[in-house]
Write a protein that binds this ligand. Structure first.
Ligand SMILES: Nc1ncnc2c1ncn2[C@@H]1O[C@H](COP(=O)(O)OP(=O)(O)OP(=O)(O)O)[C@@H](O)[C@H]1O
Ligand SMILES: [Mg+2]
Length: 367
């Protein structure tokens, strides 16, 4: 078990500045997920921790010791890659045992560890099979088994589930989380899938262009994003960002849209927005914060808004409904039967208590 500390880490590939000054502390036993769009430097950062890349600047410490000068095999790390090539001519058992044999582990110890790992991963009955006789998810488990028998003090995963179909991915995600509960080893997991990041992480580290944009607990990032980028990256469907201007009204402050429509902001926002009247904003409203108005009294900060359902996409449990707010397209995630047909006019309740107001120039959240 070990904590991981990165300070001032930079990595260049020629003139590509892939990692641009990363300071990061991952606590002992924590499950940290590095997430961000393609090319933002996730794999590079992970490979730097593993020792497969050398940083051009900065230090990497594992369990309190700086490891910059240690080769990958000296770092006591186990890594699972996206392309977890198993040895096709070895059985499951021998695939899992491979690293232990290479380290000349005694046979009794080796068998015990392989059986434990296989049991934990639910592949105990498959030990004599060959990889070609396994499903994608079973192969993935063998690859994870190969990593966990090593009893490393740090596990690194680089998009280990991206080759699996959606259902298997959901299943394996649950198993990896359960595995972490059981072995409580520090894990760093790379994905570009925000659902995977949200569901697995104790701590999400959201990278953008080689830098940390924001890090914290999943719900902290989701509910209190510091930038429009974070607000837009997390959540599915994405948060709606509607251009508007702030304007003061008799009893508070409103967002005035480009087509002249308005939405009154909650009284609780008035003090934080004082003096900002006239400023342009992006009003961020998550699809989940719309509901169909029932005709009863609305809570403080919830406004009614009539809209036309321009497009409806039922998912079974919910119906994603495209509407216009302030002249721009927005998605409202309604209950399955809230809207039945295209073109229907519906009265929506918009919960603005959780709206995010973004400065369009800097991209920072202002309230
Ligand atoms: N060996 C390399 N040589 C040159 N440039 C590289 C190399 N590896 C990565 N890069 C560049 O460094 C940047 C970061 O790449 P990296 O693989 O870390 O991204 P990533 O966040 O893992 O993306 P993805 O989600 O697509 O896997 C990208 O611009 C990439 O093109
Ligand atoms: Mg990558």
């Amino acid at each position: 078990m070990a904590d991981v500390r990165l300070s001032g880490v930079h990595k260049y590939y020629g003139n590509v500045h892939a990692v641009r000054g990363v300071d990061l502390v991952i606590n002992d036993g924590e499950f940290a997920v590095l997430v961000g769009p393609s090319g933002c430097g996730k794999s590079t950062l992970l490979r730097t921790i593993a020792g497969l890349e050398d940083p051009d600047q900065g230090t990497i410490a594992i369990g309190g010791a700086v490891v910059n000068d240690l080769r990958p095999r000296e770092r006591n790390i186990a890594m699972v890659f996206q392309n977890y090539a198993l040895y096709p001519y070895l059985t499951v058992k021998e695939n899992i045992a491979f690293g232990l044999r290479a380290r000349k582990t005694p046979e009794i110890e080796l068998r015990k560890r392989v059986n434990e790992a296989a049991e934990m991963l639910g592949i105990g009955g498959l030990l004599e099979r060959y990889p070609r006789q396994l499903s994608g998810g079973q192969r993935q488990r063998v690859a994870i088994g190969r990593a966990i028998v090593r009893k490393a003090e740090l596990f690194l995963f680089d998009e280990p589930l991206s080759n699996l179909d959606a259902q298997l991915r959901d299943e394996m995600r649950g198993e990896i989380k359960r595995l972490h509960h059981e072995i409580t080893t520090t894990m760093i997991y790379v994905t570009h899938d925000q659902v995977e990041a949200m569901t697995l992480a104790d701590r999400i580290v959201l990278l953008r262009d080689g830098k940390i944009e924001q890090q914290g607990a999943p719900l902290e990032l989701f509910e209190r994003p510091r930038t429009g980028f974070v607000a837009g990256f997390l959540g599915s469907p994405s948060i709606n960002l509607i251009p508007a201007k702030l304007a003061s009204t008799d009893n508070g402050i409103s967002a005035v849209f480009e087509n002249g429509g308005t939405l009154a902001l909650p009284a609780s926002r008035v003090s934080s927005l004082k003096g900002m009247e006239g400023r342009p904003i992006l009003l961020g409203i998550r699809p989940q914060h719309f509901s169909r108005a029932t005709g009863g009294a609305l809570r403080e900060g919830v406004m009614s808004y009539p809209a036309t359902a321009e497009l409806i996409q039922p998912t079974g449990t919910r119906t994603l409904t495209t509407i216009k707010i302030g002249g721009v397209d927005a998605i409202a995630e309604l209950q399955a039967h809230d809207v039945e047909s295209h073109g229907e006019t519906i009265e929506l309740a918009v919960d603005l208590n959780r709206a995010v107001l973004i400065d369009p120039a800097s991209g920072e959240v202002i309230s």
